[in-house]
Design a protein around this ligand. Structure first.
Ligand code: XMP
Length: 521
């Protein structure tokens, strides 16, 4: 019978993480410096599981997070990430109230049963409703109408929410109660989506179903498009990442904000995060270039005290001491990466930072001791890098890989017939002037004086939808897991065996000695 485990002979070449990184402790290694050895496998790539837990109550169905950068993640990207099973971290280079509405947009996107739908009152003007839509940036315009006690009065259909009717009252424009289709909570039963699906099939042309109690108080809203989307999703291998109320999950970045005296502005941080929590944010990320610092630790402590159950990501660090410090302050997941990013110049400007695989190994051992997760942040350029990163971390954070996607907020430009999207480091001069200076330990006001940029402004070729990009990456991750015989990420971490790659080995790893006609994807 063929051997189904490593032979001792293999073990002396292809080493476990502990043996390999100890043997290479004098040199900083990154993704291309190493390769993973194949192992006996009875696992088909398509059967591998990619779910990952970042904190109590924060589980992703794929281990991918879009970076909190102003050319990568706003609500559109966060929605797409969550629909694919991952997480988007909304950046903080915008006024706090705008970040709150970005989070709302994600949390209100495509829900099965919208438990607390936005309602309007009979006396409001259509003009007020239009203003509300504009202010909160809602992507919908049909609203249930309730009286002051929450009893259903009718439905304000999107057809009449138009500027030409601005001076009319809602009561004049609504579809009256008796013509509105409703169902009671009890009738919805254990599988509201299946029940609603049946209802929409039986009621030709009806797209909204309101949920009421026996006294006709409004308790929810179900839309046909949500039901159809969810029915489709149930067939997909990787389900959208949702909270306990079936809303998409969403993260938001916050900074260690200081007041005019240079002290941590605890009041402002608490108000800001309080607002995010009210909007349903699932995790906040205290994002800075130097996480092993008093300001970041104090911010995490303040947040942990005020919001004991809120998952907190903090960073960035590259040392075991940094992980231990942030874990002790109360962080659940810690970003690892200083200078690996495609737009980063920290290592050039400051002479600081550690190649990513070595940093991940060192941090992973401290994280295991403290029972926190680590996130591999920056430097990912291909799916193989993700497989390597996941041998030591719980998820990856990508900026450059996603910045060329349609869902990213960067400006689009055409150069020589090709479409590009703007992608800039949060430590670039332009981004710091727009607000991210605190992340790099500068005052925003400094941005007009001397200030050392630690990032560049760049372009990424437009690559279409994030769905396509993620499908490619997931395929690659599953393929890597198949080669290692790992059916889930825990097995990938325990089974991984590493070896260093010579410069000739690196050349051998990419297409060579051919005229390339088509790229792999
Ligand atoms: P990738 O390689 O995915 O990296 O484009 C994204 C990560 O890079 C970090 N980041 C920066 N690091 N200067 C830096 O040194 C910068 O201006 C900068 N902007 C972003 C960040 O951790 C992000 O997730």
């Amino acid at each position: 019978m063929a051997a189904t485990r490593n032979s001792n002979f293999d073990d002396s070449f292809y080493q476990t993480a502990d043996a390999f990184f100890a043997a290479n402790s004098k040199v900083g290694l990154t993704y291309d410096d190493i390769t993973l050895a194949t192992l006996y496998s009875d696992i088909l790539p398509r059967n591998t599981q990619l779910d990952t837990q970042l904190a109590d109550g924060l589980q992703l169905n794929i281990p991918a997070i879009s970076a909190d950068m102003d050319t990568v993640t706003e609500s559109r990207m966060a929605i797409a990430m969550a629909l694919n099973g991952g997480l988007g971290l909304i950046h903080y280079n915008m006024p706090e109230r705008d970040q709150l509405s970005q989070v709302s947009r994600v949390k209100y996107h495509v829900q099965g049963l919208i438990q607390d739908p936005i309602k309007v009152l009979p006396d409001q003007l259509i003009g007020d409703v239009l203003e509300l839509i504009e202010q909160k940036r809602f992507g919908f315009s049909t609203f249930p109408v309730v009286d002051s006690k929450g009893k259903l009065v009718g439905l304000l259909s999107g057809h009449v929410v138009k500027p030409r009717y601005a001076t009319k009252k809602v009561i004049e424009a609504l579809t009256p109660r008796k013509q509105v289709h409703t169902i009671t909570k009890k009738e919805l039963g254990k599988d509201p989506i299946a029940r609603a699906d049946k209802f929409f099939t039986e009621h030709l042309g009806i797209h909204k179903l309101l949920v009421v109690d026996d006294d006709d108080h409004l308790h929810g809203l179900i839309t046909m498009s949500d039901v159809e989307r969810i029915t489709q999703e149930r067939k997909a291998q990787f389900k959208p990442a949702r909270d306990a109320q079936f809303r998409l999950i969403c993260g938001a970045a916050v900074s260690a904000t200081r007041n005019a005296f240079g002290e941590l502005d605890k009041k402002r941080i608490l108000e800001h995060v309080g607002g995010l929590v009210e909007r349903g944010v699932d995790v906040v990320a205290v994002s800075t270039a130097h996480g092993h610092s008093k300001g970041v630790g104090d911010t995490v402590k303040v947040l942990r005290d005020a919001f004991p159950k809120l998952p907190i990501i903090a960073g960035n660090v590259t040392s075991a001491a940094g992980v231990e410090y942030l874990a002790d302050c109360g962080a659940n997941a810690i970003k690892v990466g200083q200078g690996p990013g495609s737009i980063c110049t920290t290592r050039i400007v400051a002479g600081v930072g550690i190649p990513q695989m070595t940093a991940l190994y060192v941090c992973s051992r401290a994280a295991a001791k403290k029972k926190v997760a680590i996130l591999a942040d920056g430097g990912i350029t291909k799916s193989g890098d993700i497989v390597k990163a996941l041998t030591l971390s719980s998820a990856v954070i990508c900026g450059g890989m996603f910045a060329g996607c349609t869902e990213a907020p960067g400006e689009v430009m055409e150069i020589g017939g090709k479409i590009y999207k703007q992608y800039r480091g949060m430590g670039s001069l332009a981004a710091m002037k727009a607000g991210s200076a605190a992340r790099y330990g500068h005052e925003k006001a400094d941005a007009t004086r001397k200030l050392a940029a630690e990032g560049i402004e760049a372009l990424k070729e437009s690559v279409g939808s994030i769905d396509r990009v993620l499908a490619q990456l997931i395929g690659g991750i599953q393929s890597g897991m198949g080669y290692l015989g790992a059916k889930n990420l825990a097995e990938l971490r325990s089974k991984a065996r590493y070896i260093r790659v010579s410069p000739a080995g690196q050349r051998e790893a990419a297409p060579h000695d051919v005229v390339e006609l088509k790229t792999g994807n």
